[in-house]
Write a protein that binds this ligand. Sequence first.
Ligand code: SF4
Length: 324
Amino acid sequence: MTAPLLKVEGLVKYFPIKGGILGRVVDKVHAVDGVSFELQAGETLGVVGESGCGKSTTGRCVLRLIEPTAGKVWFEGQDVTAMDRHALRGMARHMQIIFQDPYASLNPRMTVGAIIGEALTIHKLTKTPGEYRDRIVDLLETVGLRADHMQRYPHEFSGGQRQRVGIARALAVSPKLIVCDEAVSALDVSIQAQVINLLEDLQAKFNLTYIFIAHDLSVVEHISRRVAVMYLGRIVEIAPANALYTEPRHPYTEALLSAVPIPDPKVKRKRIMLQGDVPSPIRPPPGCHFHTRCPIAQKGLCDTQAPVLKRVGEGHEVACHLRA
Ligand code: SF4
């Protein structure tokens, strides 16, 4: 196997909670709690979990849009976590992000051409005004928009078109890795499929690598080569997509999967209803974070000892005392 494009090791992010008149740190939110994974060039890792499981924070820590509390991130063998501001700015050419809400992430006072061209100017990627314009037109057409769209403003576009603008903006610097942070979650189902198809076409054309974050297993199924399931800041299962969808091993993955509709009406899947809500990430349950909702939790074991990821198959790892 070749060296990974991205390697994440023991990533931790705690957000301090301040209180009192002196504004002292009184507690912390355990957003990401020891996440590790590797990513080969040209592959897509789907990252799935309920709100507050730490998937978006993980993606942002990888890009250092948020400073990790601990852990290491290597991109092409370079330690991203040790980089100074100058080196990080250079690294931004290789690692980009597409946000969930394209409207909120696009400056409403800038034309689409200016939004896409901003990164070209920052990174000095074009030499003449003509080259600058041609590159913007090329990017618009690459994502299925037209040259005349460059004069328009974000509010003149539909949600799907705005997300295409967000993709064109990310592509402007010819990145190698793109974090798609709930990039299709705000779109209608038919538009979701179009945007996912576009992302797949772009991946084949430019050998892009994606971290594709979503809260729904059905959304990541089509695009992901591997899938990581997160719960309260930890990866509880990571596997090749086919293995995860046909032979899930973690009780939480089983529950998420049971909620995914099957297109064939003759095939019935038993719905697993989890009890209660996701516990607060300020004080996650001891031992296995999932034990308060797990249908097979064992007292004295699951509530005292945190399971670690163990290999159960080719590229398939599970963090569960009873299933590993
Ligand atoms: Fe359930 Fe225990 Fe496995 Fe956690 S370790 S998923 S509580 S059986």
